[in-house]
Ligand binder design. Structure first.
Ligand code: GLN
Length: 477
């Protein structure tokens, strides 16, 4: 079996033809992933005992002739901000280096109930804050496509394992682009579903009004299967939606004939480079398949970065208050006073980016500045959402770039947080509006760096989004 090129369908066929058992596949996938991982640092740690136990359960079901589930035997990685019972969950932070959660996230439980095999936990920026995976306390991830470049962030490990072939699919999280941007940098498919589509129970909170869990895959089909598996109402997450979960794979072959696709002009204005050319070529493909292409305007886009970095830091400053050395975290040895212990635990434990955001967020919420920053940002957020609503009056979906540039070099933007924040210019809007959006590979630059095309659509119209993605992928493969 060729581990690095497996898909969900190939795993299903292999198990059905008894080419391998789930246990054999799991052991081989673990061996391969452990051997390849030093090149990228994409996995932080593996969980072979858990993986093998799940694989035996799948084999048992298959032997009894039972349905082993849509992900039966499929090797999966889970971003290390999503909790796994008995398996360390560090959030890429020194503070949680030794934290072993007592429960599973709902998404984790659902993917295992569907037969998926978690091989290990994927590296990420500390508490999912970053766009390059360089904010991990456990070292950056290298992009498997070009090892001197970043994989994107914050779900850099989740994208890299799928690109490298050390997992078939993976789960990541997206607050301001953390699934789509790494997917585009690594040349894989990444989906940010509608806000509330996937339960966040067990996702470590960064900015709760923006946080999403979503899938990565090497093709659109695999991402669709994983999304269907983890989506749906969960009583443990009051923000999870009751809307029924359709079969997203049913949309993949419908084609785009008759659809109207909008190109937001603000997203293309500063994009006179190879990434822009590749997106325009992809749009031509959609047009040749029968889609009608029109230009639309999303005028509030210019304030999106400021709006996002006010709201996300405000929420982060509140969510991260719990890491104080008392309940979860590694406690500092400083024992002279309680306040001293808090101060040194947080001072030693948080990395520079987390500290920067806690300070920014505390500031924008503080008396006297709340109205000028936080309240204003909430108003801008409403304008951004309204822009999308207006656009969707006339178009079925939007196509846009994911990132203004392809994967950059490790270290290139670390000294300049503003330059790093600007990398998120095309991705934060979807999260601010809560609409589904995804990145689909649409070619490579002359240097061989992958570029992703973003598809954005109305709330809960993931079916329409997969329809566009499926049609495009089929046309170019
Ligand atoms: N890059 C963005 C940030 O640093 C997005 C992070 C995310 O989506 N988790 O906040």
């Amino acid at each position: 079996m060729e581990i690095a090129n497996l898909t969900i369908e190939k795993v299903r066929q292999g198990l059905a033809a008894r080419e391998f058992s789930a246990l054999e596949l799991t052991q081989e996938a673990l061996r391969y992933a452990q051997a390849e991982n030093p090149a990228t640092n994409a996995y932080l740690h593996f969980c072979p005992e858990r993986a093998e136990a799940r694989a035996r359960a799948v084999d048992g079901k298959l032997a009894r002739g039972e349905d082993a589930g849509p992900l039966a035997g499929v090797p999966v990685a889970v971003k290390d901000v999503i909790v796994t019972k008995g398996v360390r969950t560090t959030c890429g932070s020194r503070l949680l280096e030794h934290y072993v959660p007592p429960y599973d996230a709902t998404a984790v439980q659902r993917l295992e109930d569907a037969g998926g095999i978690i091989l290990g936990k994927a590296n990420c920026d500390e508490f999912a804050m970053g766009s390059s995976n360089e904010n991990s306390a456990f070292g950056p991830v290298r992009n498997p496509v070009a090892l001197d470049r970043v994989p994107g962030g914050s779900s850099g490990g989740s994208a890299a394992v799928v690109a490298q072939g050390t997992a078939v699919v993976s789960l990541g999280s997206d607050t301001g682009g953390s699934i789509r941007q790494p997917a585009s940098f690594c040349g894989v498919v990444g989906v940010t579903p509608t806000y509330g589509r996937v339960s966040r129970y067990g996702l470590t909170a960064f900015a709760s009004s923006l946080d999403h869990i979503g899938p990565f895959g090497r093709n659109v089909h695999d991402a669709a299967v994983l999304l269907k598996t983890v989506a749906g109402r969960d009583d443990y997450d009051a923000t999870s939606a009751f809307a029924p979960v359709p079969d997203y794979t049913a949309e993949l072959d419908r084609g785009v004939a008759g659809m109207t696709i909008g190109l937001p002009k603000e997203y293309f204005a500063g994009l006179a480079n190879e990434s822009g050319d590749l997106i325009h070529q992809a749009v031509k493909v959609l047009e040749s398949l029968g889609a009608r292409i029109v230009e639309v305007s999303l005028p509030a886009t210019e304030w999106a970065i400021s709006c996002y970095y006010i709201i996300c830091t405000a929420e982060a400053s509140s969510n991260l208050a719990r890491y104080d050395g008392v309940r979860y975290t590694t406690r500092s040895d400083e024992a002279s006073s309680l306040v001293g212990m808090y101060r040194s635990t947080r001072g030693e434990g948080f990395g520079a980016e987390c500290k920067r955001r806690i300070m920014l967020g505390t500031y924008v919420l503080s008396h006297g500045y709340y109205d000028a920053y936080y309240l204003k940002a909430q108003k801008v957020r409403a304008l951004i959402a309204r822009d999308f609503e207006n656009a969707f009056q006339t178009v079925d979906a939007l196509v846009a770039p994911v990132s203004p540039f392809p994967a950059f070099k490790l270290g290139e933007k670390m000294a300049d947080p503003m330059a790093m924040y600007l990398a998120d210019i095309y991705t934060v809007t979807g999260d601010l509006a809560g609409i589904p959006c995804m990145s689909v590979p649409c070619g490579k630059t002359a240097e061989g760096l992958p570029v992703g095309m973003q598809i954005l659509i109305r709330h809960f119209d993931e079916p329409g989004m997969f329809r566009v993605a499926g049609a495009y992928e089929r046309a170019v493969r």
